[in-house]
Design a protein around this ligand. Structure first.
Ligand code: NAD
Length: 311
C-alpha cells in the first residue's frame, strides 16, 4: 500500500481508504459481522484512513464501526467523521456550534475514541455559507485547540463550495465525492487552487455510489437517467470483456497524484480484498478511453443543496 501526505497535515494516509457508509446499510442490508470483518481486513491489508458520519444509517455506521475498532491500537488508523448532516432534507442539516459540539461528543462515544483525526462539516452546500464561515468553521478550530479534533475540513458535491471556503477560511482538507470518477473528472478544475493553499484532497465514491458496479446504483441515487443508462452500458461492455467494471472505476479514480486518498465503501470482506489488490495493478488505458466516450455530451452531475451553492 502506498501512503501519501494529506496537504500540510502530518497525516500519511493510504492511497486507498475505507468509507464506512455501507456499515449503516445505506446500499443494502448488511451483516454486522461481515461489516466488522471488512474493517479488520482493510486495516490488516494496510488501509489506515477510515471515514464515517453520524448521517450514515442515522448513526448505525458509527455504532458498527465503533464495535469494529474496539481493541485496535489507536495508532493503527486515522479516523474522520463529520457533523452538520443528519438526514436527507434541508431541515436535517444543522451547522450551529451547539449542534456540532453535541454531535462530535456523540460520535466520539459511539466510536469509542477520545478524539478524531479529522472532523468535516458534512455537505455544506445544504447550509448557509456565511454561517459555515462565521460560526461552524471557527467552532471546528476551537475543537482543535480543545484536543477533540486534530484537523478540520468540509465535504460537499458542488465544487464551488470548496473554492468559496478556501478563499475565506483556513481548512486542512476537503472531502469530495463523485467528481473524480470514470464518468466525471471535473475535480481537476479545482485541484490547482487547493494545492496552492496546501489543502489536502480526499476523493470518495470511485464507483459513483454504486453506479459503476455490477449491482448498479441504489434507488436513491441522484444521477439522471442518461447517466444511469450510460453506466449500465459501461457495465455491459466490461462484462463482455470479462473485466469487473469496479476494477476499472477504482483504478481510474485513484490515479491522480494530487489526490492523497480515495475512499471506497463496502461491507463485504471479499470485496475489500479485491479493491486493495486492484489498486496495486496497472490500469487498462485503452478500455478507460473507450468507456469515457460513453459519458461525452450527457449530463453527468446533479443538483445538490441550495441554488446559490451550485457550480
Ligand atoms: P463507492 O463508490 O465507494 O461505492 C460503494 C458501492 O460500491 C457499494 O454498493 C459497495 O457495495 C460497492 N462496491 C465496493 N467495492 C466493490 C467491489 N469490489 N465489487 C462490487 N461492488 C463493490 O461509494 P460510497 O460508499 O458512497 O463512497 C465511499 C465513502 O466515501 C463513503 O462510505 C463515505 O465514507 C465517503 N463519502 C462521503 C461523502 C460526503 O462526505 N458527502 C459522500 C460520498 C461518500
Amino acid at each position: 500500500m502506498e501512503y501519501r501526505k494529506l496537504g500540510k497535515t502530518d497525516l500519511n494516509v493510504s492511497r486507498l481508504s475505507y468509507g464506512a457508509s455501507p456499515l449503516g446499510s445505506v446500499f443494502r442490508d448488511i451483516s454486522e459481522n461481515d461489516g466488522i470483518k471488512t474493517v479488520h481486513t482493510a486495516i490488516d491489508m494496510g488501509i489506515n484512513l477510515i471515514d464515517v458520519s453520524p448521517y450514515y444509517g442515522l448513526t448505525k455506521a458509527e455504532t458498527v464501526l465503533g464495535k469494529a475498532l474496539k481493541g485496535i491500537p489507536r495508532d493503527k488508523y486515522i479516523l474522520s467523521t463529520k457533523a452538520g448532516r443528519y438526514g436527507s432534507d434541508f431541515p436535517d442539516f444543522d451547522f450551529s456550534e451547539r449542534r456540532i459540539r453535541k454531535s462530535l461528543d456523540e460520535s466520539l462515544s459511539r466510536l469509542g475514541v477520545n478524539e478524531v483525526d479529522i472532523l468535516f462539516l458534512h455537505d455544506i452546500e445544504f447550509g448557509n455559507l456565511n454561517q459555515i464561515l462565521e460560526e461552524s468553521l471557527p467552532c471546528l478550530h476551537d475543537l482543535k485547540k480543545e484536543g477533540k479534533v486534530r484537523y478540520v475540513g468540509v465535504t460537499g458535491y458542488p465544487l464551488k463550495v470548496f473554492t468559496e471556503t478556501i478563499k475565506q477560511a483556513e481548512i486542512d482538507c476537503i472531502l469530495t465525492y463523485c467528481r473524480y470518477a470514470l464518468y466525471d473528472s471535473s475535480l481537476f478544475t479545482v485541484i490547482p487552487s487547493l494545492e496552492k493553499k496546501g489543502v489536502g484532497i480526499i476523493n470518495a465514491s470511485p464507483t459513483g455510489m454504486g453506479l459503476l458496479t455490477n449491482r448498479g446504483a441504489p434507488d436513491w441515487h441522484p444521477g439522471n437517467q442518461q447517466l444511469l443508462n450510460a453506466c449500465q452500458k459501461a457495465v455491459e461492455i466490461c462484462q463482455e470483456r470479462g473485466v469487473d467494471i469496479t476494477e476499472i472505476a477504482l483504478q481510474y479514480a485513484i490515479d491522480h497524484p494530487a489526490i492523497a486518498s480515495t475512499l471506497v465503501g463496502t461491507a463485504n470482506p471479499v470485496n475489500i480484498v479485491k479493491n486493495i489488490e486492484w489498486a496495486e495493478k496497472p490500469i487498462n488505458q485503452a478500455l478507460v478511453k473507450e468507456l469515457r466516450t460513453l459519458f461525452e455530451g450527457i449530463p453527468v452531475t446533479w443538483p445538490s443543496g441550495y441554488p446559490e451553492n451550485q457550480d
